[in-house]
Design a binder for this molecule. Structure first.
Ligand code: GDP
Length: 260
């Protein structure tokens, strides 16, 4: 990995997810083996080139140039890691499309991204970005199908919603959902955002917050007193923090054995 550890900014005050008070650029990795340690939950962002990923990452972080700050030439082809509030990592994955046009049977995104998505144990959630001003694009559909086939947890985020009339945005979202419906038992959650108006910021950061809290709950199961155990046998309790996202058809992804 290209080392960094450079601190972009850090302000005093309470650490909360929606109030991002620090962002540390950990570095850029060309492959899975070069990624930083697995000590923090990671939230990865991916989409076609020009989908508005850099703008969204800057909007979410409240930093004008977060997504373009890597000193490494060609960093857009690398996996970029930012530690936020010292509690979670934002992972900026290379965009697919344009430069990574399919060659025969090759995937349209690079092998490092595929390896990362399939094998990174501390990957909590993928944010798959889709341009809301366009009807369903083959490359996005193909990527979503790949995510489903590999049982990778993800949500759909429709970008640039300020660009089109709300009816058109809704029509494009519905068309997209209709195209992918057959691949899922339960459709992935859908979010909308705009880097221009900052729409979606609270929702997306809230989602990250909730996911982290769920993981912490999973980590520390409630201590049951003997009396309580009799009254509420564990088998009758709903699973804690088991929120299905884009639950694909077919076998479940093996437990990645999270270590945080
Ligand atoms: P990336 O290639 O996915 O990182 O996309 P960029 O963030 O560089 O955005 C591509 C183009 O879309 C740029 O011209 C941005 O100004 C524009 N853009 C990005 N997000 C929005 C948005 O929310 N609203 C509008 N109107 N334009 C956007």
């Amino acid at each position: 990995m290209v080392p960094s550890g450079r601190i972009y900014w850090e302000t005093a005050g309470s650490i909360s997810i929606v109030n991002i008070s620090s962002a540390i650029f950990e570095g850029s990795a060309p492959d899975l083996g070069s990624c930083p340690d697995e000590s923090l939950p990671e939230f990865a962002f991916i989409g076609r080139s020009n989908v508005g990923k850099s703008s969204l990452l800057n909007m979410l972080s409240g930093q004008r140039d977060l997504a373009r700050v890597s000193p490494t030439p060609g960093h857009t082809k690398l996996i970029n890691f930012f530690t936020m509030n010292r509690t979670w990592r934002l992972v900026d994955l290379p965009g697919y499309g344009f430069a990574q046009v399919a060659r025969k049977d090759k995937a349209r995104f690079n092998q490092a991204v595929a390896d990362f998505l399939q094998h990174r144990p501390n990957l909590a959630l993928v944010f798959e970005l889709i341009d809301s001003s366009l009807p369903p694009q083959a490359m996005d559909l193909e990527f979503v199908e790949w995510l489903a086939r590999n049982s990778i947890p993800f949500v759909l985020v429709f970008t640039k919603v300020d660009r089109s009339k709300p009816e058109k945005v809704q029509a494009n979202i519905q068309a997209f959902k209709a195209r992918i419906a057959g691949w899922f038992e339960q459709l992935p959650e859908v979010y909308t955002c705009s880097a221009q108006t900052r729409q979606g910021r609270t929702e997306l950061l809230g989602l990250i917050d909730t996911a982290i809290r769920e993981m912490q709950t999973e980590e520390r199961p409630p201590v049951m007193l003997p009396d309580e155990e009799e009254e509420f046998p564990a088998a009758d309790l709903p699973p804690v923090g088991d929120v299905p996202r884009g639950k694909p058809k077919g076998p479940k992804r093996p437990n990645p054995g999270r270590i945080w």
